[in-house]
Design a protein around this ligand. Structure first.
Ligand code: DC
Length: 232
């Protein structure tokens, strides 16, 4: 069957450059780009705002109960050409990037009911193909039959520096040690949790971008995509 609108899954650790790659591929192919991590961050934002995380304690039952009240939607920003996440009609694209969200998001993402809701919404977004989604369980759980799966990785020093510079550019006051500690903590939770841990599935192509520029990384990925398209 000829298929010109592929489903592309990209997984990897925090701050490894997977969203950058996903965004660039989507732009090149005129596909929809979905940052699934933004959805877990949005639920975390809701939980913090509604006092379901108090004194570092996550009130799991309260979060589960409130899930039907959480309406998430991506809308394209016409200027940046990037989808932005809206929670119950409010644009929270910037709010979800704050360190206080990063501190709790991996724990919120461990909750089975949260994952069930978000995975089902993500699968609906992929029904017509023409989508690049990045996250932790995209190739394993969300789109196990994706046309192409990438596992993006980079060494911890590279990831720390990138994330630190990104936060500094946004004016966030944080030390490089704190950034690295948060990344390592999230890696630990994301790879060892019971519900859909981050894994490299057998049919994923690994791209280690520690020593690659964004353009080089994109070229590698596009070569694989071209190969799939020309097989169809
Ligand atoms: O990609 P990110 O750093 O914005 O993701 C935030 C958190 O959400 C990350 O610590 C793990 C979780 N996550 C997940 O469990 N499954 C996904 N598909 C995407 C993100």
């Amino acid at each position: 069957m000829l298929k010109d609108k592929l489903v592309i899954a990209i997984d990897g650790h925090s701050s490894c450059g997977k969203s950058t790659l996903a965004k660039a591929i989507a732009r090149k192919l005129d596909y929809v780009f979905i940052d699934s991590g933004a959805m877990y961050r949005a639920v975390t934002y809701y939980a913090l705002k509604n006092k379901m995380i108090v004194n570092d304690l996550i009130q799991i039952e309260k979060i589960i109960k409130s899930l039907p009240k959480i309406d998430l939607e991506f809308k394209l920003n016409r200027i940046t050409k990037t989808p932005e996440i809206f929670l119950n009609g409010k644009n929270i694209a910037d709010d979800i990037r704050k360190p206080e969200i990063a501190n709790f998001v991996s724990q919120v993402a461990e909750i089975k009911e949260v994952r069930q809701k978000l995975v089902s919404e993500q699968q609906k977004m992929g029904t017509n193909g023409g989508i690049v989604m990045d996250g932790r369980d995209i190739g394993s759980v969300v789109f196990p039959n994706a046309d192409l799966k990438f596992f993006v990785t980079a060494d911890i020093e590279t990831r720390t520096t990138r994330r630190f510079e990104e936060l500094q550019a946004k004016g966030v006051k944080i030390s490089i040690q704190e950034v690295q500690a948060n990344l390592l903590k999230r890696d630990q939770i994301d790879t060892t949790r019971i519900e859909s841990p981050l894994v490299k599935v057998h049919d994923a192509i690994t791209i280690d971008n520690s020593k690659l520029s964004r353009e080089e990384q994109l070229t590698i990925a596009l070569d694989y995509i071209d190969a799939i398209i020309s097989q169809n």
